[in-house]
Design a protein around this ligand. Structure first.
Ligand code: SAH
Ligand code: SF4
Length: 340
């Protein structure tokens, strides 16, 4: 059986051709799967009953199963989703003013081992296929049609699963009509993969976010093992070469950890690092979880850190911790459900 969702546009076209059907049928399939969010061939009512029956002999449409859906007090919705092989991933829907942002996963687990991150403590189970990445959007869009933005900030390191991430991005842009300006790919910082991502979208790339989290190699290597391979100097040399389109900025995420990366000195070093790069900073107060021994800095410390940045004309937002009461930080629902 062929899973229609697992095919690229070109593969879908060849498949339709192999059945002796005209090529507009493949365009209809794309429209019904990605715009009308059909989860079953029988829902494609533009096809005759006869056509649906013969298609069903050879093909099907896979779907993610919603295992759990938890709504927090601040209206963040966290989904636990099951894949065809029973592995589980999570996606988080975050309403914020006019925006409705969906945070999606790119891998089951993550191999990067960042010590403040619950997904990191899980290790890597496997990469997601392109259709499993896109299917998070399809599944949740059925319940919330008004999703405006997509961020690759769920489980996993998207650039270690680059081929599937690029194919998923193409489908989100071409088939589901999300503007690349409304999609952000977040990475722990792998220079050659960042360059490859930009080469895949020479005209209009998605936004890029770098999880920076520290301002010295010593601290960053302690927090994020990737820094031992690509230290700050290497990472920033590569970021400075990126062909960023006009008026676009790179987002730098900075998880604030008490006594580790939250001093005035850190804020000043951060300013220096970002000099010459069109950037904005997201300060993320650490989300505590069992087994992670870090602490969130006091509110005044975070505000003081932000002030140092904004006084030197850097855009620095404090990302309010969303959905804390439902363990909505990276990897937490899955880890929680695994032990409960
Ligand atoms: N692997 C990619 C995409 C996942 S994004 C990346 O690291 O960029 C996950 C984001 O959540 C990262 O910015 C990470 O720094 C942040 N994060 C991870 N654990 C966290 C925690 N316990 N509290 C707050 N933010 C966390
Ligand atoms: Fe992986 Fe990102 Fe978590 Fe690091 S922060 S372990 S790269 S998901």
């Amino acid at each position: 059986m062929i899973n229609l969702k697992a095919l690229t546009g070109t593969e879908l076209e060849s498949f339709i051709k192999s059945l002796g059907l005209p090529s507009y049928r493949s365009r209809q399939l794309i429209q019904w799967i990605y715009e009308r969010l059909a989860g079953d061939i029988d829902e494609i009512t533009v096809f005759s009953k006869e056509l649906r029956r013969s298609l069903k002999e050879k093909a099907y449409i896979s779907n993610l199963q919603i295992i759990d859906r938890v709504i927090s007090k601040d209206a963040t919705v966290k989904y636990l989703l099951e894949l065809e092989d029973k592995e589980r991933i999570e996606s988080v829907l975050i309403p914020d003013g006019k925006r409705l942002t969906l945070c999606i996963s790119s891998q089951v687990g993550c191999p990067m081992g960042c010590v403040f991150c619950l997904t990191g403590t899980m290790g890597l189970k496997r990469n997601l296929h392109a259709h499993e990445i896109v299917d998070q959007v399809i599944t949740i869009k059925r319940e919330y049609p008004g999703i405006t933005n997509i961020v690759f900030m769920g489980m996993g390191e998207p650039l270690l699963n680059l081929e599937n991430t690029v194919e998923a991005l193409k489908r989100l842009i071409d088939f589901m009509h999300f503007s690349p300006r409304r999609i952000t790919v977040s990475t722990c910082g792998i220079p050659e993969k960042i360059e490859e991502l930009y080469q895949s979208f020479p005209e209009n790339p998605p936004n890029l976010a770098i999880s920076l989290n520290a301002t010295t190699d010593e601290t960053r290597s302690r927090l994020m093992p990737v820094n031992k391979v690509y230290p700050l100097k290497t990472l920033f040399a590569s970021l400075k070469k990126i062909p960023l389109p006009p008026r676009r900025r790179i987002t730098f995420e900075y998880v604030m950890l008490e006594g580790i990366n939250d001093t005035d000195e850190d804020a000043r070093r951060l300013m220096k690092l970002l000099k010459g790069i069109p950037s904005k900073v997201n300060l993320i107060p650490f989300n505590p979880a069992d087994g992670l021994e870090f602490k969130r800095p006091a509110e005044e410390r975070i505000l003081r850190f932000q002030k140092i940045l904004t006084e030197s004309h850097l855009t620095a937002l404090i990302r309010k911790s969303k959905g804390e009461d439902i363990l909505a930080a990276c990897g937490q629902l899955r880890a929680y459900s695994a032990i409960s």
